[in-house]
Design a protein around this ligand. Structure first.
Ligand SMILES: Nc1ncnc2c1ncn2[C@@H]1O[C@H](COP(=O)(O)OP(=O)(O)OP(=O)(O)O)[C@@H](O)[C@H]1O
Length: 639
């Protein structure tokens, strides 16, 4: 019977990387006349002419010691890595990297899931982003997938992180959710990097069992890497690819691996896990392969393929070189269950473009973001309480500030403090953005949605939350201190506080796109904010700043809201700051005029603040785009 599926074949895959030598060359070394300086790069041959084949309805397991090149090969097969040489064929047709990405689902070693979403929500959002189907069909798809993954009992439970922070579901269940996220769009090929890592033997067996069912019922081609698979797990694999140092040492069924080992004069005990034994005896197998290569002509070495290996074993058996006669020739040439001619050589249907428009993607992502934000109780509750308490505390400290010169100085000091406080207390959101970035990279690399939709959704979702914070902060502070008592002045103050919070949020989003981790991000943001504050005009007036530093004054995030506060407080307030003999000598307007702040700057400052926000958001979008492009160029550039 003819079967429709994807047979993946890799031929002659070579992948080299240039890594910087850890051994530092002396930068100031004076070379002798004829001495050539050594290059600072060294080539590492990660994959050496790898050939392999994976068939539909079957599981191909890639095994080998650490550093053998398993993950690199999986990335090549998933279209995430560009090898220097070699080709990938699907049903005997050559296929490029982007097409590979379209037909395959790639499950990484690390679970990149939102801990606060439930299992069903996680799969539902994934389905909405990857499929263009009516709501009812999406629901039934998710429902049947939840059943297929054996997750009915935890469908409404949050995914969690596995630690005390958010307990959530078990490690094995979390792995199944990760698999579900990558099979929701029903890919023909599923590639998994160590799906059982970190799991106990029972959970590991359950995962492989589930994958076996997925392969056999849906005709999927499943390729996975695995470390030390247990006895019962090995039985579920249709074929094994044994690798070491970037080369293939064996490609065939488990029985064939046993025979191969015996032909190498290795004492394979009867009741022993063949794969584990092979990994333990890797040096002997490598040595044997090396001897074979040396005995061959160079052209033969290049064409060493699966059939070569089989022919070689056959020769060994026929020549009676095997010490054990426990295997039969039938066992030796045991074919996979799906013969080549059984697979229909159909043109593969490559899904094109994204499942949704930018507008739909933005709505879905905003919905997902808001669920996450409102469920991050610590952040939500802490920030709300922090704003309310600091509003009351500051209000009580500066309570009923007088309308004189000292009072004016105190008001200016209060505004400077508000700015420092609000602009520097937002780095707590940095780890959240960094975690989201990891998920974004994964989701955009498999074509779930556009980076632009993510950036817009990210920008929109924090607006209402920050408005709530601004209200909690401004109301007690404004009226306790007794700032400009008109309603419009209060609304303008509230607007400035909202924009300050949003600016801080945008700066954090921008740097979280750029920096490698929290520690660097925290230091960079603190440094940037500190220098902006220094050049705000509060410590040193604009006229006193050296010419070569004046640009910092104009790009300072503090300058414009600071001016905004002063104008809002003193302009048109009729406040007199100093009386002499009953006449007003210094009014609020006089001070503003002296500093060059006119009423006309009120809205100009607001516009500039909005421009700053847009610029930071745009920079973060550009950085994320570059990151995503670099991820998809992986292998084409020297890393
Ligand atoms: N980007 C890289 N930079 C430096 N070395 C790399 C890079 N990618 C792969 N390597 C090296 O290539 C070799 C193969 O790596 P790979 O991750 O494919 O091995 P693996 O078999 O999956 O190992 P493990 O089982 O430990 O995950 C390793 O020695 C690794 O250090």
């Amino acid at each position: 019977m003819k079967k429709q599926g994807c047979e993946i074949e890799a031929k002659g895959i070579n992948y080299k990387i240039s890594t910087k030598k850890t051994e530092l060359l002396y930068p100031f070394k004076i070379f002798k006349k004829d001495e050539e300086p050594k290059p600072n790069l060294e080539d590492k041959h990660v994959l050496k002419g790898v050939n392999c084949k994976a068939k539909p309805w079957e599981i191909l397991a890639i095994v080998g010691p650490s550093g053998a090149g398993k993950s690199s090969l999986l990335e090549v097969l998933a279209g995430k890595l560009n090898p220097q040489n070699g080709s990938i064929f699907v049903n005997q047709n050559p296929i490029d990297k982007s097409q590979l990405q379209k037909i395959s689902g790639y499950v990484t070693q690390r679970d990149t899931l939102f801990p606060l979403l439930t299992v069903e929500e996680t799969l539902m959002f994934s389905a909405k982003l990857r499929l263009s189907l009516p709501q009812a069909q999406l629901r039934s798809r998710v429902k049947s997938l939840v059943q297929e993954l054996g997750l009915d009992h935890v469908a409404m439970t949050r995914v969690g992180t596995g630690d005390d922070r958010v307990r959530g579901i078990s490690g094995g269940e979390r792995r199944r959710v990760s698999i579900g996220v990558d099979v929701i769009h029903d890919p023909k090929v599923l590639i998994l990097d160590e799906p059982t890592s970190g799991l106990d033997s029972t959970s590991a067996l359950q995962i492989i069992d589930m994958l076996k069912v997925m392969a056999e019922t849906r005709g999927r081609t499943i390729i996975l890497s695995i470390h030390q698979p247990g006895f019962r797990i090995v039985k579920l694999f249709n074929s094994i690819l044994l690798m070491a140092n970037g080369s293939v040492l064996h490609h065939g069924t488990v029985d064939q691996l046993g025979i191969h080992l015996r032909t190498l004069d290795l004492d394979l005990p009867v009741h022993v896990n063949v794969v584990e034994f092979a990994i333990e005896s890797i040096e002997a197998i490598e040595q044997q392969k090396e001897e074979e290569k040396q005995a061959m002509q160079p052209t033969e070495v290049l064409s060493l393929s699966i059939s070569h290996q089989q022919q070689h074993i056959k020769k060994l058996v026929e020549e009676g070189e095997s010490r054990s006669g426990k295997f039969t020739l039938q066992q030796l040439f045991q074919q996979s269950k799906v013969a080549d001619e059984e697979i229909i050589n159909v043109g593969i249907d490559f899904p094109s473009g994204f499942a949704n428009s930018i507008f739909q993607e933005t709505i879905i992502l905003t919905h997902r973001f808001s669920k996450n934000i409102f469920r991050t109780r610590e952040l939500f509750a802490c920030r709300t309480i922090q704003m309310l308490v600091s509003g009351f505390v500051l209000g009580s400290i500066f309570c009923n500030v007088k309308d004189d010169l000292t009072g004016a100085e105190e008001r200016v000091g209060l505004f400077a403090f508000i700015l420092t406080f609000l602009l520097s207390c937002t780095t707590e959101a940095l780890p959240i953005f960094l975690q989201e970035r990891e998920i974004l990279m994964k989701e955009t690399s498999c074509g779930s949605y556009r980076v632009s939709s993510y950036s817009i959704a990210n920008g929109l979702v924090s607006l209402p939350f920050l408005l709530i914070l601004a209200i909690f902060f401004s109301v007690p502070l404004y009226w306790l201190v007794g700032l400009n008592p008109t309603f419009t002045a209060f609304m303008h103050f509230l607007l400035l506080i909202w924009l300050i919070l949003y600016t801080a949020n945008s700066v954090v989003v921008c740097f979280s796109a750029l920096v490698p981790n929290f520690i660097v991000g925290n230091s960079v943001i603190s440094g940037v904010m500190g220098s902006f504050f220094l050049f705000s005009g509060y410590f040193i007036s604009k006229h006193g700043i050296p010419k070569y530093w004046i640009f910092m004054h104009y790009i300072s995030l503090f300058k414009y809201p600071f001016e905004g506060f002063l104008i809002n407080e003193f302009s048109k307030s009729g406040k007199c700051l100093e009386y002499m003999f009953g006449t007003c000598m210094v009014s609020g307007e006089d001070v503003l005029r002296e500093e060059g702040y006119g009423e006309e700057s009120r809205w100009r400052n607001v516009v500039i603040m909005i421009c700053f926000i847009l610029v930071y958001r745009f920079i973060s979008y550009v950085i994320l785009r570059c990151r995503c492009s670099l991820t998809s160029l992986k292998g084409s550039v020297v890393l």
